[in-house]
Design a binder for this molecule. Sequence first.
Ligand code: AMP
Length: 291
Amino acid sequence: MLTKPEVIDTIDELRSRLCLKRQNIASTGAEARVVLVPTMGALHDGHRALVRRAVALGEIVVVSIFVNPLQFGVNEDLDTYPRTLDADVTALAEEGATFVFAPTAREMYPDGASSTRVTAGAIGGLYEGAARPGHFDGMLTVVNKLFNIVEPDLAVFGQKDAQQVFLVERMIADLNLRVSLEVVPTVRETSGLALSSRNHNLDEPARAAARSLSAGLAAAASAALKGVPAAIVAAHAVIGAQTLVKLDYLVVVHPHTYLPVADDYRGPARMLVAAVVGSTRLIDNISLDIP
Ligand code: AMP
């Protein structure tokens, strides 16, 4: 019989349940590390890998499920974003999460859009941030709120959202937050397609075309031996062959600055890609080693 995690929808209740849980564990002399996994729900095996890592790293695992209005633009899919709370709770019971924090937008933003925001800075306006103005300010604001509500020792994020990881890491450093970041590699279908809650929206032709993103990145990783331009050409050759894929950006960035690297750059890098496939916006990335 699986123990279902406690599902909590208010900040006060979560804080008091967490406090009690910490005290109970600490009274036995054991460690009581709190690990937070922020999500927007519609959980798939990618999210589950994050929760599994969280369970391995700490004694109390909080999974937040919150479709954060602040990080969606006016013409984006906030209203149609998949919401599957019951199935999510069942999956989280299987993975051994302790608490599910599923607040309403009103609970998180009682005055509507919160007046104070975290700003992501210049890198927050590039790549995903250029396509989705305000997205990263909204994301960092809610992540900061979740850190303050849960006070986790560790937070687990997926490499799938590479620019998000970069910006959260920088926020933690810039704002001296007392939390460590754990990053889990991207979980993929056997075809290579990165798992995403938005994959639900792909019909079969779009799904087949979407595979070109991971295939293009894999081609780039092989071609990286010959340098940055060769990697970019290799990815374009694979992705450009798909008429259903409307490429937004394909860029090679420095892992420490997230700025595009020069053509003659050598060293570790990351290739980021985003495209609209059918009507669904997808992102992916891969690490490149340019010798
Ligand atoms: P989301 O629900 O899309 O906001 O994602 C919640 C967390 O799950 C983020 O840290 C994502 O990077 C991570 N995530 C989403 N898809 C994957 C995947 N395919 N592999 C690994 N992590 C993922």
